[in-house]
Ligand binder design. Structure first.
Ligand code: SAH
Length: 356
């Protein structure tokens, strides 16, 4: 990855190969680098001196040059429903958000992949920030480690990771790929690929690039509209990557035996939530092995959109279900804490589904 810009001395994000290289530079066997890798990611050790499976001289050598720094927790907002939204500080002073979402049978962490976002979706609060910069692999893996530490998540706990926080993963694919590699590696964070989801606003070349990757997490596509015109109004990037091309890319996306593509659909009152919209969506998705997640909109004072009323969401769901689509309504998490700063949407990241 060439991510060894450990110029700041932070080892986080450095790959196994690079750590093996580092070990040999220190006059150690490459195997010592692998132990270091396991220590940082699998054992989640932050103090290099505690890696007692490494020799004293190597630990001293490492401690003199390197450290393992997680994004700093600046604030946390605890929701009544148990979700915790973290505001995390990066080394250059930017801040991002990540969300911890415990559920009965699982635990999901929602990560950011960029500071701000270039996509400019009209209903999204991150869009208001504009594009600031990409996160590094280390900053993404660091979000998982920082939340695991803050929440004292045991190493054995099954984690789900969704890239549904700030930013567009397919506009930062190289670094996201690096993060997925470390997250999914049994010697790294050990999170199975099927429990890692990348959500995209529909960057068509990015979908093709992801399709060619060997290490492919699950893909979710933010559909959010039923016509080209409507989608362009809500998501200006639809001009560059029109719905027609997007769905074509989805059709050719390689899926595992029981795998489906997820289509997310944010329900905006009076905008994209009519029966006719639902009927068009069912036609658009014909021939794609898909499931649909309807996301209740999280409103905020900065934007004019309102969430569709519950009955409307249920009706929309029924139209899709009657046409044979698996369709779920996402339970919106942490709505009360979102109000505190209103940048990151918490809706759409819950994995608690309800189906009729
Ligand atoms: N850029 C990626 C991932 C971040 S957005 C993407 O677009 O998919 C993750 C999901 O949250 C998307 O489906 C998006 O449409 C949805 N979303 C954005 N703002 C929202 C809001 N205020 N309320 C509910 N969902 C929102």
């Amino acid at each position: 990855m060439g991510t060894r810009s450990a110029s700041s001395g932070n080892l986080l994000g450095i790959t196994r190969d690079e750590l093996e290289q580092l070990a040999s530079e220190a006059g150690q066997t490459r195997y010592r680098g692998r132990q270091l890798y396991r220590g940082i990611y699998s054992r989640r050790e932050q103090i290099l001196d505690n890696l007692t499976d490494l020799s004293r001289p190597f630990r001293d050598w490492l401690s003199a040059r390197y450290r393992v720094a997680y994004p700093e927790i600046l604030r946390e907002f605890v929701s009544r429903d148990g979700a915790v939204r973290y505001l995390l500080g990066l080394e250059d002073g930017h801040s991002i958000e990540a969300v911890y979402m415990p559920e009965e049978d699982r635990l999901t962490l929602c990560l950011s992949c960029q500071v701000g976002c270039a996509a400019d979706c009209k209903f999204c609060f991150t869009g208001l920030l504009g594009a600031k910069r990409n996160l590094t692999t280390g900053e993404m893996v660091g979000q998982v480690l920082a939340l695991a530490k803050a929440q004292r998540i045991p190493r054995r706990t099954r984690l789900n990771v969704v890239f549904m926080g700030m930013g567009e993963p397919l506009l930062n694919l190289a670094a996201v790929r690096g993060a997925v590699k470390i997250l999914a590696d049994p010697d790294g964070l050990g999170i199975p690929l099927r429990r890692i989801t990348i959500s995209t606003a529909g960057i068509v070349p990015g979908i093709f690039a992801l399709a060619r990757q060997a290490l492919r997490p699950k893909l979710a596509v933010s559909l959010n509209a039923s016509t080209e015109e409507q989608r362009t109004a809500l998501m200006p990037l639809n001009q560059k990557y029109p719905l027609g091309q997007l769905l074509q890319a989805c059709r050719s996306y390689p899926l595992g035996p029981r795998e489906r593509l997820t289509f997310e659909y944010v329900m905006l009152e009076g905008i994209n939530d009519s029966d006719a919209d639902a009927e068009r969506v069912s036609v658009l998705l014909r021939g794609i092995r898909s499931k649909v997640n309807l996301i209740p909109y999280n409103a905020g004072p900065e934007l004019p959109y309102r969430p569709s009323p519950r009955e409307r969401v249920l009706r929309f769901q029924k139209v899709l279900a009657d046409r044979g689509l698996p369709v779920f309504i996402r339970i919106s998490r942490g709505q009360d804490v979102r109000a505190a700063c209103g940048q990151l949407s918490l809706a759409g990241v819950s994995t608690m589904d309800s189906k009729t």
